[in-house]
Design a protein around this ligand. Structure first.
Ligand SMILES: NC(=O)c1ccc[n+]([C@@H]2O[C@H](COP(=O)([O-])OP(=O)(O)OC[C@H]3O[C@@H](n4cnc5c(N)ncnc54)[C@H](OP(=O)(O)O)[C@@H]3O)[C@@H](O)[C@H]2O)c1
Length: 401
């Protein structure tokens, strides 16, 4: 059977008249699963379009920096990392992440490290260094944003740069990306969401009768769970995500530690009465309201709308003006996250510097929050230690509190 020729699509006059976009210089800090997936996509895009739209001038991991002011050979860098497990130092620039950024001066820094959840490092320092050298930042690293949301965005605003972090919650699902635009207009009042793929996967396996340790082992073999999955199973990963969503949608801080969390244990599945097994299971559902959030094990109907597979993210957003939005899609996975990072690069290119911060006047009426079935937690003292964080020898003014 002969293939049907695909008709060529002529560009519309407005497209063909457009000025060609200048190549943008990127630095990828963190060349792990997500960093490499992004590098592969950038390489593909450049190959397809024939133009080097995105030029990666630096890629960094813990072993060093691969730099080239004309754009590094991504195929070679990916091959080296696959073979040796490290990038090493190649190119004219060596030094710490901050020193490399200072020398290569990229337009955009992609901060894709996996850091300490409590301190927010090393991601916080990387983001601040990037802003200090005049770069915009796109990050998938949730701990800096959950810990230092306001100071980081203040610093970005002071430097007239943008920090985009849509992939830190829900992977490729545009819950955060819609926060400053569609959802801000609709005025969210409540979010219920499945935000942690590891926990969701383990709970599904438990419901199928798989033992607790076996379920965790399977998640680890599939790359869904970390070597130490306790952070996910305790609900603390979801509490970090809830803190980010709270800031983005309701405009104020909520400390992750103030968010009560249920823990998945070997007993969780046994709490479903025998006569209901096969029809009902537990899911870890994060609820976020103005001023409060919680991560709870809730009973859901198997086969129902909340029974989503493994790493799928599901979010139901109730709004004041436009009813309820359901968002569902890939909540994790290097390729899926790389797709969303590319989308964030695109929106930066198009000048969409929409801020995630909202004015207090946009907050829903207090009676909505008063109806909350979950405990209220008060405002959180801003982090103090970040005030001592030094950038290029001076303490950033925007970070003092
Ligand atoms: N994987 C997902 O599905 C997913 C989904 C949403 C968000 N995220 C977030 O995306 C980020 C990256 O995830 P991942 O799965 O790619 O993690 P990963 O595979 O562990 O990669 C992390 C990378 O960061 C590098 N790194 C760590 N500390 C560094 C430092 N101080 N300086 C330079 N590089 C450093 C590591 O270097 P080495 O290679 O030398 O160790 C590694 O290349 C994480 O914050 C994660 O939470 C991931």
């Amino acid at each position: 059977m002969s293939a049907t020729p695909v008709p060529a699509i002529a560009p519309t006059p407005s497209e063909s008249d457009r000025e060609p976009l200048r190549a943008r210089d990127l630095a990828i800090v963190g060349f792990g699963r997500v960093g490499r997936a992004l590098a592969r996509r950038l390489e593909q895009q450049n190959g397809w379009s024939g133009s080097r739209r995105w030029r990666v001038v630096a890629a960094l991991d813990t072993s060093g920096a691969w730099t080239d002011p004309n754009g590094i050979d991504l195929v070679a860098a990916l091959g080296e990392k696959d073979r040796e497990g490290r990038l090493g130092n190649r190119g004219p620039v060596r030094g710490t992440v901050g020193e490399v950024l200072e020398r290569v001066r990229p337009d955009v820094v992609l901060e894709l490290t996996r850091g300490a959840v409590v301190s927010g490092e090393p991601g916080t320092e990387h983001i601040l260094r990037a802003l200090a050298v005049g770069a915009d930042v796109v990050t998938a690293n949730k701990s800096p944003i959950a810990r230092f949301y306001a100071p980081i965005l203040d610093e970005a605003q002071r430097r007239q740069r943008s920090v985009r972090f849509g992939t830190t919650v829900g992977g490729a699902v545009p819950l955060l990306s819609l926060a400053p635009t569609l959802l801000a207009a609709a005025a969210p009042v409540r979010v219920d969401a499945i935000l942690n793929g590891t926990t969701n996967f383990v709970l599904q396996e438990l419901a199928r009768g798989v033992g607790f340790e076996d379920a965790i082992g399977k998640a680890q073999r599939l790359g869904i769970a970390e070597a130490d999955p306790s952070w996910d199973l305790d609900g603390r990963d979801a509490s970090l995500k809830a803190a980010i969503v709270h800031q983005a949608l309701f405009g104020s801080e909520l400390a992750p530690e103030a968010i009560p969390c249920d823990r998945v244990t070997a007993d969780t599945a046994r709490r479903v009465p025998p006569e209901q097994r096969g029809r009902v299971r537990y899911a870890s559902v994060t609820t976020i309201l103005p001023g409060a959030a919680e991560v709870r094990l809730r009973r859901i109907r198997e086969g129902g709308e909340w029974d989503v597979p493994g790493s799928t993210c599901l979010a139901r957003v109730e709004t004041r003006y436009s009813g309820t939005f359901w968002l569902r899609g890939p909540g994790a996975g290097p390729d899926e996250v790389a797709t969303a990072l590319l989308a964030e690069l695109e929106s930066l290119e198009r000048g969409a510097r929409a801020s995630w911060r909202r004015r207090p006047a946009d907050l829903p009426p207090s009676d909505v929050a008063a109806k909350t079935p979950i405990p209220r937690s008060g405002p959180v003292a801003p982090p103090s230690r970040i005030a001592t964080l030094r950038i290029g020898g001076h303490t950033a003014r925007g970070l003092r509190r």
